[in-house]
Ligand binder design. Structure first.
Ligand SMILES: [Zn+2]
Ligand SMILES: [Zn+2]
Length: 347
C-alpha cells in the first residue's frame, strides 16, 4: 500500500515536471498554441433544428458591469439569423456565441438610443469579412435612413482601406455598406413563408417611434420589447408567445441608489436615475400582464440598473414570481419546432 502511494506520487511529479517544461519552452508553447487555435477556430458553429434565442446583451446604459453588453437579442434558425438591437459590447458576445455572420439576414432596431445601435459598425465589419453576399440590411422605423447614412459616412475611409488592403475579390466595397430599410411601426416586416417578424409600437416617451418585435417560426415564437413601459399593445402582440424578453427596471435597487447618491451630493446621477423611471417597465408590473397574455416564459433583460453584484441581482428578483428569469449575457433558449418545450441554457 505504502509502495503504491510512492509510485503514484513519483508519476504525478514526473508528469508535472514534464508539463512545466512543455509550458515554458518555445517548442512546447508553439504546440499548445496550435492545438488550442485548432480547437477554437476549426470547429463548425453549433447548429440547432429549431429556433434558438441568445441574449447577446442584457444591460442598459445605467451601470458599468464589464460582464454585460448592452441590448442585443439574437434569433437563429437553420434558415435565418436575425439580430434585434446591437448595443455596445454586443459584437463580443455575438463572436463568443459563434453566430453565423456570413448568413446574417439583418439587424432589426427598436429605436435609436445609443445603447441599441452602438455595435452596428462591428456587426457590419464582422459579417462583411465573413463574405456576406451584399450590404448589411438594417431594419427600423422612421429615422433608420439617417442612422445608417451616418454610420456609412463615418466608416467610408475604413471600408476603402480594407478593400485596398485585402483586394476587391476578398472584400468587395459594394458589400461593405449598410442598407437602411424603413419598416412600419405596426405590421409584418419579414415573411419568407417559414419565419415572420412583426413590429408593434411600444411606449418609451419621448422617443418616437419606438417598436418591439415578434418572431414566429415553425409554431414557436419570441417577443423582444426594446425599451418600453408595460404596454397594452405589446401584450396584445405577445399573445400566446413562448418567450418574452422585456426591459425591466427595479425600484428595489433604484430607489436606494437615488437616495444614497442624493445624500452624498453626487452630481448628475440622482437626476438621471429619477428621469429613467417613467420610460422603462417596472419589473413588478410585468408578471401579471405576461400571464394574462398567455406568454410561457418571461425573461428580463436591459436591466435598469445593471445589478452591480450578486446580491443586487437577487434583490432585482425580489417580489417577482420564482419562474421569471433575469437574463445574463449568453443565456440561451432553444425552442424545438412544433412543440411547447423551452430548453434553457444558463451561461
Ligand atoms: Zn431607449
Ligand atoms: Zn435602452
Amino acid at each position: 500500500m505504502k509502495k503504491s502511494l510512492y509510485i503514484v506520487l513519483i508519476v504525478a511529479g514526473v508528469c508535472g515536471l514534464a508539463a512545466a517544461v512543455v509550458y515554458n519552452t518555445p517548442a512546447g508553447q508553439d504546440a499548445i498554441f496550435k492545438r488550442l487555435m485548432s480547437l477554437a477556430l476549426t470547429q463548425p458553429p453549433d447548429t440547432y433544428d429549431g429556433m434558438r434565442v441568445i441574449v447577446c446583451g442584457s444591460a442598459s446604459p445605467l451601470g458599468n458591469d464589464p460582464n454585460r453588453a448592452q441590448a442585443c437579442i439574437a434569433v437563429v434558425t437553420p434558415e435565418h439569423f436575425f439580430l434585434f438591437d446591437v448595443g455596445a459590447r454586443s459584437p463580443l458576445r455575438i463572436a463568443q456565441a459563434r453566430l453565423p455572420m456570413s448568413r446574417i439576414d439583418g439587424v432589426f432596431l427598436t429605436h435609436y438610443h445609443s445603447d441599441h445601435i452602438a455595435g452596428l459598425p462591428d456587426v457590419n465589419l464582422a459579417s462583411w469579412v465573413q463574405r456576406r453576399p451584399g450590404p448589411l440590411q438594417v431594419y427600423g422605423p422612421n429615422g433608420i435612413e439617417a442612422v445608417v447614412a451616418g454610420f456609412n459616412a463615418a466608416y467610408d475611409l475604413d471600408r476603402g482601406y480594407r478593400t485596398a488592403h485585402h483586394g476587391s475579390e476578398m472584400l468587395p466595397s459594394e458589400h461593405g455598406f449598410m442598407e437602411a430599410i424603413t419598416i412600419p411601426t405596426d405590421g409584418i416586416v419579414w415573411d419568407d413563408g417559414v419565419a415572420t417578424v412583426t413590429s408593434f409600437t411600444v411606449q418609451h416617451p419621448p422617443i418616437t417611434p419606438a417598436v418591439g418585435y415578434r418572431v414566429d417560426y415553425r409554431g414557436r415564437s419570441a417577443v423582444i420589447s426594446g425599451d418600453t413601459n408595460a404596454a397594452e399593445n405589446l401584450f396584445a402582440a405577445a399573445r400566446g408567445a413562448d418567450l418574452l424578453f422585456h426591459d425591466a427596471l427595479s425600484r428595489t435597487l433604484l430607489d436606494p441608489m437615488i437616495e444614497v447618491t442624493s445624500e452624498a451630493n453626487v452630481p448628475v446621477m440622482p437626476v438621471i436615475m429619477t428621469d429613467v423611471i417613467d420610460y422603462h417597465a417596472d419589473a413588478t408590473t410585468l408578471p401579471e400582464a405576461t400571464a394574462e397574455a398567455g406568454v410561457k416564459q418571461l425573461v428580463l433583460y436591459h436591466t435598469v440598473p445593471v445589478p452591480p453584484f450578486a446580491l443586487a441581482a437577487k434583490m432585482f428578483l425580489r417580489d417577482l414570481p420564482d419562474d421569471i428569469i433575469l437574463a445574463d449575457d449568453l443565456h440561451t433558449f432553444d425552442l424545438p419546432p412544433d412543440s411547447s418545450e423551452i430548453i434553457v441554457h444558463a451561461p
